[in-house]
Design a protein around this ligand. Structure first.
Ligand SMILES: Nc1ncnc2c1ncn2[C@@H]1O[C@H](COP(=O)(O)OP(=O)(O)OP(=O)(O)O)[C@@H](O)[C@H]1O
Ligand SMILES: [Mg+2]
Length: 484
């Protein structure tokens, strides 16, 4: 359970900024902007016109290339010399010693002289090639990295603290990158080639992998890894990181406990799964939870959990198990709660049905940019499934199934925030009505590009207030009062 409520939790906002409108998109300045904002803007403009950081010198590049060539040669020799079948039985230290011996031998005949640390690094990289995923290994080991994005063998980006950075990591050539991709996908019994140019897979540590290769990847193979977080974000940690406020957490706790159906909406990589995982922590330990995912990412802490994962078709195009199949199966498993990692397609039909027919308290995520957009996405997914339902009937169905929409967003400063919590109220004519209970109010950007703002209630009383009370979750009226 999260920490006790503080009386207020606004982020510090300088006086005078409070009454400013808070548009998400930057607006053209109409009047004199606050000085901090002016400074930040100047700084940004200066950075935009600043020359690019100097590239490595030619001799550095040549040396790096020679080191890469040497590594490939050595790797080839290692593959010939080492008994690969017995590698699992050899300790890492022994393997490292053996690799160092072979490397020393190879170097002794040539004119390339390596310093002590360079030699150590070379041996480490060779070890990574032999037993791991080569150049990706240091990135996989670094706990501060959350995403690894390889764009052909020449370029690799990472995400750290919500920001993308380019790394020095390179593969020798496309074959090298393809070998690493093959190693990943063959470990989970899949393959990727011209006839099946994309694949989803999972690393042994649970990290989610997607690879797409030519001809669909135009310039060379593309590999995206969402690293599995060994320490999942708890509600406390998310509050500390300012992903949402304690007031919002208290409200969400009551919503989950009183079995409202919740939809977490957000863009790609905005923190939907993380939020779903955190919300799931509010579920009581006595409930039976069934989870359905494409790649198992959720890390629920309860004891009574049935986890299911969908599966793509095999090489002959057979054996696919869709999220829809699993959802239908889940209904026969006597679940108290059904949690679907993400709805993307026709499984939305069964999800709505489950939410409407006694499996309340179900939760899922969906890719959309606003709560309103999330509702349209459901309509579109329904439309694509081929079921011809009059629009009003469909919307009535959606409005009675989905009770709460939590919107998350990765903002321009790299911070993921819960930008809105909205209740679905019902229908007015043909339109689904909603009311926003909490929101992130944006005030501006500070000198470091960090977004200034605060979480606040909108002042609208929750339609579930009586329900909360009946279930024994009486929330203080002050919770719904806007921050002054
Ligand atoms: N509030 C947060 N603070 C810091 N890091 C976060 C936060 N929320 C999520 N992350 C990190 O951001 C990355 C993306 O999060 P997550 O997987 O939850 O996003 P998603 O919206 O489900 O992505 P996708 O669209 O790819 O499924 C993860 O590495 C996660 O650990
Ligand atoms: Mg996700």
């Amino acid at each position: 359970m999260f920490k006790r409520m503080r009386t207020t939790t606004p982020e510090k906002v300088p006086a005078g900024d409070q009454a400013q409108p808070a548009p998400e998109a930057p607006q053209a300045p109409q009047m004199q902007m606050p000085t901090a904002e002016n400074a930040a803007r100047k700084d940004r403009l200066a950075r935009m016109s600043a020359p690019a950081a100097p590239r490595a010198s030619e001799s550095d590049m040549k040396r790096r290339q020679r080191l890469l060539d040497l590594k490939v040669e050595l790797h080839q020799r290692l593959l010939e010399t080492l008994n690969l079948a017995a590698i699992d039985k050899v300790s890492e230290q022994e393997l490292r010693r053996e690799i160092a011996g072979i490397a020393r031998e190879e170097l002794s005949g040539g004119d390339l002289v390596l310093s002590g640390p360079e030699f150590e690094r070379l041996c480490g990289e060779l070890l990574d090639e032999v037993i791991g995923l080569g150049p990706l290994e240091p990135l996989l080991r670094d706990p501060t990295i959350t995403d690894i994005l390889v764009n052909t063998h020449r370029q690799c980006f990472i995400e750290r603290k919500g920001k993308l950075e380019e790394t020095q990591v390179q593969f020798k050539d496309e074959r090298h990158l393809m070998r690493v991709i093959d190693k990943i996908v063959s470990a989970v019994g899949r393959r990727v080639d011209e006839s099946q140019p994309w694949v989803d897979a999972r690393l042994a540590d649970g990290s989610r992998v997607n690879a797409i290769v030519p001809p669909c990847a135009v310039d060379g193979a593309l590999l995206s890894i969402r690293k599995f977080s060994k320490m999942p974000f708890t509600v406390d940690k998310l509050i500390d990181g300012k992903a949402f406020s304690e007031e919002m957490a208290l409200y969400l706790h009551a919503c989950v406990r009183t079995r409202l159906n919740v939809l977490v909406s957000g863009g790609t990589g905005s923190g939907k799964t993380t939020t779903l995982n955190a919300l799931s922590s509010f579920i009581g330990n006595e409930e039976r939870i069934v989870t359905i995912e494409d790649t198992a990412e959720l890390q629920l802490q309860q004891t009574h959990i049935g986890r299911m994962e969908s599966r793509p078709a095999n090489v002959e195009g057979k054996g696919a198990v869709t999220p829809r199949d699993l959802l239908k199966n889940a209904l026969r498993m006597r679940p108290d709660r059904i949690i679907v990692g993400e709805v993307r397609g026709e499984e939305v039909i069964d999800m709505l049905q489950a939410m409407n027919t006694g499996h309340d308290g179900s939760m899922t995520t969906l890719h959309a940019n606003s709560p309103r957009d999330a509702l349209s996405r459901i309509e579109n997914m329904f439309g694509m499934s081929g079921i011809d339902l009059p629009l009003k009937a469909l919307r009535t169905n959606i409005a009675s199934a989905v009770q709460l929409i939590v919107q998350v967003s990765r903002m321009s400063d790299g911070v993921r925030r819960m930008t809105s919590i909205s209740e679905v109220v019902g229908m007015e004519g043909d339109i689904i009505t909603m009311q926003e209970i909490f929101k992130f109010e944006r005030h501006g950007v500070d000198a470091n590009g960090k977004i200034r703002g605060r979480y606040t209630a909108t002042g609208i009383r929750s339609q579930f207030a009586d329900r909360f009370k009946q279930w024994g979750y009486e929330l203080p009226a002050t919770l719904f009062r806007p921050e002054q």
